[in-house]
Design a protein around this ligand. Sequence first.
Ligand code: FES
Length: 105
Amino acid sequence: MSPAEYAVAREDELAPGQMKRVSAGGRKLLLCRTDDAWYCVDELCSHEDYSLYFGCIKGRAIKCSLHGSYFDLATGAPLNDPADSPIGSYPVRVAAGQVYVAVEG
Ligand code: FES
């Protein structure tokens, strides 16, 4: 099945370093804006299902505030212990001031 696109935010809603909890395709996701790009990942950490919304964006990574694992926002890969499983990362497109996320249906 091909991914469906969901409008999840206006482009001017988030400044670099900010994030927003969104829902798309029945998933709870986190839209993240870095200095030069947008990313969308699963909201929950793969280690103990803690919300990454309480963490922070550092460069192209997001830090889980519970035990300190970082995840690459582009790939979802964990960058350090204790998390050892990736989180989902979903394609983001910005057009005409709107931010879209593509999620498999
Ligand atoms: S819950 Fe995120 S690193 Fe443990």
